[in-house]
Design a protein around this ligand. Sequence first.
Ligand code: PGA
Length: 258
Amino acid sequence: MRKPFIGGNWKMNTDSAGAVDLAKGLTQKCDSMLDRVDVAVCPPFVYLAAVREALGSSAIGLGAQDMYFEPKGAFTGEISCQMLKDVGCSYVIIGHSERRHVIGETDELLNKKLIAAIDAGLLPIFCVGELLEQRKAEKTGQVVKEQIEKGMAGISVEKAKTITIAYEPVWAIGTGVNATPGQAQEVHLMIRQLLASMYNDSFAEQLRIQYGGSANAANAAELMAQADVDGLLVGGASLKVNDFAVIVEAAAKAKSQV
Ligand code: PGA
């Protein structure tokens, strides 16, 4: 049984006071559900320490939105895994579509980041997903397969167990147009079958696959009702305490009814 996992990707939003308020509000609303659902928030780098403090003794996890694969040195502007651990992060998002398509990160770079994050003891949330034109050209399966095969290349089954995959179709991110539950389930199942062939059945059964892309308080329950949707990676709706709490509750309920 896979414990549901809801991540909040705050992207380049909030300010220091707003980040602290949001974190505190979430502890109040979500802490009682954390036995049934894992929750992590991913603020901008500069607010990680303040959010860590605001989370206090809550079991809500702290994650970063990116990292660099080198441990230290002359990499101006970059942040290492060791630095993230030092400020209390347990998770890190790797390969978000905005990193792939706006910043231009490649599969090869993301593979290095994944390996470095795992070796440093961070839990990666590894994002994959197709562009609208790729979906229209019926290339979704091929694109996602390539992203996973290249991104996870050379990672042993033991190490891969720490990964959560987030399927985030690029056309659904921030657009208000979410994948239908059926579309999400179809790709999640394909990903699970791919992982079974790359690794083995029991590995594929236990790895969590989140859906991301316009997930919100209104659609969370139906997305979470899908057999292979184990959680959600939430952008816009993670910036509102009440909306995010409704999503966390939907996740807790969906899987406890199985
Ligand atoms: P969204 O973003 O929920 O605002 O669509 C999701 C994501 O990019 O992780």
